[in-house]
Design a protein around this ligand. Structure first.
Ligand code: NAP
Length: 258
């Protein structure tokens, strides 16, 4: 666990790996709580959060329940990505087992705007099937962990944007990678779409502001978007923003700084 600020009030575990995770740690440390942000450890580099950090899995739901008890965690704030379903389920089970309150930050999903050509699909396998054929490349922005679903679409060129290279080689005769990390600005996205002449876009409906510019560009260019829907709403207290999460923590624990 690395330390950046003086520990004070009750301990809050933030399940991180998202912008909201860092923002939640900032807000909760400023409010006087002792905060531990947990990362899966997927990316080679990451920002340092306010408070403490821990890296790596807990060893399933039971491992997390033990952690919550041993570390005397008063509340868990799930700020993981809307598509990180396993850790969300683990948090629900672990919090139930340990009797620890759980708050989910559920950022609102993107919704289609006039001019959008979205093909909404339930999962990545369906997304691969839904990509329209054609000569122009498909821009794949779904992260590196599940690109295997697209290996069969050898009829199209794939341009895959991820933070880090895939852990296992991706076997596709017409795939190339762009390694980059958001936030992605609109002008840079416009330039990329123009340079690479994308004919389609695949994305998960993360609802992230930092990743929304590509949707505007696709709309402006009339490019179809294969949009993967979220699987389910999590259990527990669901809030839509970091401010609401901080208020929910204060309602549960009282104000640590007071
Ligand atoms: P996942 O499938 O839901 O979780 C797989 C396993 O990774 C979990 O069972 C857990 O291992 C570990 N894990 C995940 N998040 C963790 C966290 N914050 N702290 C400690 N352990 C964690 O997760 P994923 O989709 O691989 O995502 C991994 C991380 O990347 C998440 O923190 C998420 O916020 C972030 N992320 C995900 C996406 C996405 O599209 N899925 C996009 C951007 C960022 P144990 O069972 O051993 O505890």
């Amino acid at each position: 666990m690395s330390r950046r600020s003086r520990a004070k009030g009750p301990r809050v575990l933030v399940l991180g790996g998202s912008t909201e995770g860092f923002d939640a740690a900032d807000a909760l440390v400023a409010a006087g709580y002792e905060v531990v942000t947990s990362f899966a450890g997927r990316t080679a580099t990451r920002r340092t959060p306010a408070g403490f950090a821990r890296v790596g899995g807990f060893g399933g739901a039971s491992g997390m329940a033990v952690y919550l008890t041993i570390e005397d965690i008063a509340v868990v704030v799930d700020a993981t990505h809307p598509f990180a379903n396993k850790i969300k389920t683990n948090a629900e089970i672990a919090c139930r087992e340990a009797g620890t309150p759980l708050i989910h930050i559920e950022r609102p999903p993107w919704t289609p705007q006039p001019g959008d050509d979205w093909r909404v699909v339930p999962n990545l396998r369906a997304a691969a099937e839904a990509i329209p054929g054609g000569e122009r490349p498909c821009f794949l922005t779904i992260g590196r962990q599940e690109i295997r679903h697209f290996a069969g679409r050898t009829d199209i060129e794939l341009v895959i944007r991820t933070i880090d290279p895939p852990e296992t080689p991706f076997d596709h005769p017409r795939a190339s990678f762009i390694f980059d990390r958001g936030p992605f600005e609109i002008e840079a996205e416009r330039a990329l779409f123009a340079e690479r002449r994308f004919g389609s876009l695949v994305t998960k409906n993360s609802g992230s502001d930092a990743a929304a510019a590509k949707l505007t560009v696709a709309r402006d260019l009339g490019i179809p978007v294969v949009m993967v829907e979220r699987a389910r709403r999590p259990e527990g207290v669901a809030v839509a923003s970091v401010d609401e999460a901080a208020a929910a923590v204060a309602a549960l624990l009282g104000s640590a700084a007071a």
